[in-house]
Design a protein around this ligand. Structure first.
Ligand code: SF4
Length: 409
């Protein structure tokens, strides 16, 4: 176990506008951000001032092996600002040779010069939020870009990757958006594959409270694929990507050999990470700390952290501890699954408790082992592909029920 976190997430909360399904901590800036003198730019500069203060406030800085700049739409920033951000990490934490430095980018928020600027700043992996290549679906989802913008961005990233200027890139799509039936989804997948992205993330649409989609659903005005159609879409995703050489290494993530996201594996594997910025969640030593989602509260939080030393959840502990239910949940999302006995051992349960809790968990999971959603090999449990991965929630709900039952007294 690493003594200090070796990964950092940085949240850049700015977007041009809020997409209809999004409940992230974002600040929509409209087109005000376009010029360096514009209102948006002042807001951005002020945010970066507090972000840098937060980054510098950590006492135990150690060299980073992964950095992930997410949002929001980080590509709203000028390449010079991205360079400044990476340099702050380089000068104060150190960045390992060969570190993975990822940045999320959205079509129509950057051009080729920006892309070269981001690469010169040190970004070596991009995650492109395409979501769909269908203009009607994009419009219905409140996305700002068009299919043509997405195609252009994909071809730029492909070219930089082919020429060896970046190590990898990911093309991100959302499954089961409104108007995305079986045919539209197949078209999206096929289009994505023409750009040969080394990594593809496929997220399922979730209807979150407070979003435009939630309001439309409540009014009965949003037609989404039903469960059967959604399952059919997911099943076809698995088959199409598998036959194109992609491995599903996590429920929502597919890649060609050697292109797993190293940063995301840190979250899933239970290692610690720093995070910086409004609304972001860090877990350097196990317990999680989420920063305020509103700008003013975040600024006050940063001032407090700098003045009164860091929140106790940010001070060093000797090991990273996660609750067992969270470890099982994250581990089961991975292709390799979990070694349940190894995980149980870390709980320091006596033999009797160990056995009785294991038997209770097996009782919950028997039906999934029988129906083939879950597979057992010795002490290792993993979700089958594609069925178990698609219906992973059923297995996870039963595990949380077990966790609740054994802890309720
Ligand atoms: S671009 Fe991404 S972060 Fe911004 S509003 Fe849309 S979904 Fe949310």
């Amino acid at each position: 176990m690493n003594k200090y976190p070796r990964s950092a997430y940085v949240h850049i909360p700015f977007c041009h506008r809020r997409c209809f399904y999004c409940d992230f901590a974002v600040i929509p800036l409209g087109n005000k951000v376009e010029t360096l003198q514009g209102y948006g730019s002042k807001t951005v500069k002020e945010y970066l001032y507090f972000l840098y203060k937060e980054i510098l406030s950590i006492k135990h800085k150690s060299p980073l092996s992964t950095i992930y700049i997410g949002g929001g739409t980080p590509s709203i920033l000028d390449p010079k600002q991205i360079k400044e951000l990476i340099d702050i990490f380089r000068e104060n934490y150190g960045i390992d040779y060969g570190a993975e430095i990822t940045m999320e980018v959205d079509p129509a928020s950057f051009n080729q010069d920006d892309l070269h600027g981001f690469i010169d700043a040190g970004i070596n992996r991009f995650s492109l939020g395409v979501q769909s290549f269908d203009n009607q679906i994009l419009e219905k989802s409140g996305r700002r870009h068009l299919k043509e913008d997405a195609e252009k961005s994909c071809s730029w990233l492909k070219r930089e990757y082919d020429s060896g200027l970046i190590k990898s890139w990911s093309l991100d799509l959302i499954q089961n958006l409104p108007l995305s039936g079986y045919k539209e989804w197949q078209d999206d997948l096929k289009k994505a594959l023409t750009f040969l992205p080394p990594h593809i993330s496929i997220y399922d649409l979730n209807i979150e409270n407070g979003t435009v989609f939630k309001k439309l659903v409540d009014l009965g005005k949003l037609k989404l694929p039903n469960d059967e159609e959604a399952f059919r879409n997911s099943e076809s995703t698995h088959l199409i990507l598998k036959s194109s050489g992609y491995s599903r290494y996590e429920v929502s993530n597919y890649c060609l050999p050697r292109h797993q996201s190293r940063h995301n594996r840190v979250y899933w594997s239970g290692l610690g990470w720093w995070s910086f910025g409004q609304g972001s969640t860090s877990s350097p030593w196990g317990s999680k700390l989420t920063r305020p989602r509103v700008s003013r509260d975040y600024r006050e939080w940063v001032i407090r952290q700098c003045k009164f030393n860091l929140d106790s959840s940010l001070t060093n502990k000797d090991f990273v501890y996660k609750e067992l239910d969270e470890k099982i949940m994250l581990g089961l999302r991975l292709k390799e699954g979990i070694d349940i006995k190894e995980m149980f051992k870390e709980q320091n349960w006596g033999n009797k408790k160990f056995e009785s809790n294991f038997i209770k968990l097996l009782k919950e999971w028997d039906r999934f082992l029988e129906s083939g959603l879950l597979v057992r090999k010795g002490n290792r449990f993993f979700l089958s592909q594609p069925k178990g991965m698609e219906l992973s929630n059923q297995v996870l709900v039963s595990m949380f029920k077990w966790w609740y039952e054994i802890n309720k007294d």
